[in-house]
Write a protein that binds this ligand. Structure first.
Ligand code: KG4
Ligand code: ZN
Length: 333
């Protein structure tokens, strides 16, 4: 007997729906909210309104793309948190309504756990236990993953996320939002000849707010001396900032691998699209004998396929919730 799950993700600014059958992704549809580009960041109120508009077409699109009918859906998985509460409410309410109308079981999913399990949407899957560095606009975490639903955060940011460090730097340089991909592209033409300090944070935790401040002071000082400094050195500034963000991430990941003795190393989240981070991980992996895993971009950024994959493993364990479930802004894995 096959098991078909409708999955819904609405924790931040992407509205996404997927159909997952027996642990394989049949479809994965996402509506991005371009409105936030106008403001240089995600505006929560605008995000929840856009989810409200996007959710029905996205769910219908996912069902159509999977080539199934609604009656074939056996369960509904949804992101309960962590995330923006106004955004989560839209997805959670939709999932509850859909499940109620068809008398289907509901599966709550932790968004951070789902980022990790996105690896199981791919043909090449990491072996347990593995380490996963999840890096996006909202998260920076290193986890030990012992089994599908058994994972532990062993390091995380104490302030900004890695993606925020890219995006906030972009704002200082007058780049569009989100700036991560733009900095990545510009950095390819530049030299990392400006040095920014690496924060001295104990253990496996990260900090990016000190870096942000040092970039700001550096730019202010240089612009005071030469008003054209940014325009004349843009590619080099991008290369320098990117090199530092990547080295902060890889140093902690290497430390985690050394401390745990684990050599299965995975990357997840939107920032894993970064070319320097990807090549840096692969180089480190070759040097240290790691097996490295990076999901394709569609499964790195926020998506419902990862929610459906997590939902599948929770279904197998009989982990369901009732209609009284409500979203949560904070939720540890
Ligand atoms: O996972 P994601 O789509 O959404 C969440 O934040 O959950 O990640 C978005 C983040 C943004 O901060 C964006 O600037 C960053 O991922 N990003 C990148 C690249 N592509 C996306 N950062 C650096 N280099 C990239 N190529
Ligand atoms: Zn995310």
């Amino acid at each position: 007997m096959s098991l078909t799950i409708l999955a819904i993700e609405s924790s931040c600014d992407d509205t996404s729906a997927a159909i997952v059958r027996d642990g394989a992704v049949l479809s994965n549809k996402t509506a991005n909210q371009e409105i936030h580009q106008l403001y240089g960041g995600v505006v929560p109120e605008a995000a929840s309104r856009a989810h409200q508009i996007n959710i029905l077409p996205v769910v219908e699109g996912a069902i159509r793309a999977a080539g199934i009918s609604k009656t074939e859906i056996d369960a509904v998985a949804f992101t309960r948190g962590p995330g923006l509460i106004g955004s989560l409410i839209v997805g959670v309410s939709f999932a509850k309504g859909f499940a109620l109308s068809r008398n289907l079981p509901l599966i709550e999913v932790n968004h951070m756990m789902a980022h990790v399990l996105a690896h199981f949407a791919e043909a090449t899957k990491p072996n347990f236990p593995f380490l996963c560095l999840t890096v996006s606009g909202g998260h920076t975490q290193i986890l030990i993953v012992r089994d599908y639903l058994e994972m532990e955060v062993i390091g995380q940011t104490i302030d900004d996320a890695a993606g925020e460090a890219f995006d906030k730097t972009g704002k200082m340089l007058g780049l569009d939002y989100p700036a991560g991909p733009i900095i990545d592209k510009l950095a390819r033409e530049g030299q990392a000849r400006f040095t920014f300090p690496e924060p001295k944070i104990p253990g496996l935790n990260f900090s990016f707010s000190g870096l942000k401040t040092s970039i700001l002071y550096f730019i202010k000082k240089q612009v005071a001396e030469n008003p054209n400094f940014i325009a004349e050195n843009l590619a080099d500034i991008c290369a320098s900032v990117q090199a530092r963000i990547v080295s902060i991430l890889l140093h902690k990941l290497t430390k985690a691998a050394e401390e745990t003795g684990i050599r299965e190393i995975a990357l997840a989240g939107g920032v894993s699209a970064n070319s320097a981070l990807r090549s840096g991980l692969q180089e480190e992996g070759l040097k240290r004998g790691w097996n490295t895993y990076i999901p394709k971009f569609e499964y790195c950024t926020d998506n419902a396929a990862m929610i459906g994959i997590t939902g599948y493993y929770k279904y197998l364990k009989g982990e369901f919730v009732g209609q009284e479930v409500t979203p949560v802004a904070r939720w540890e894995v």
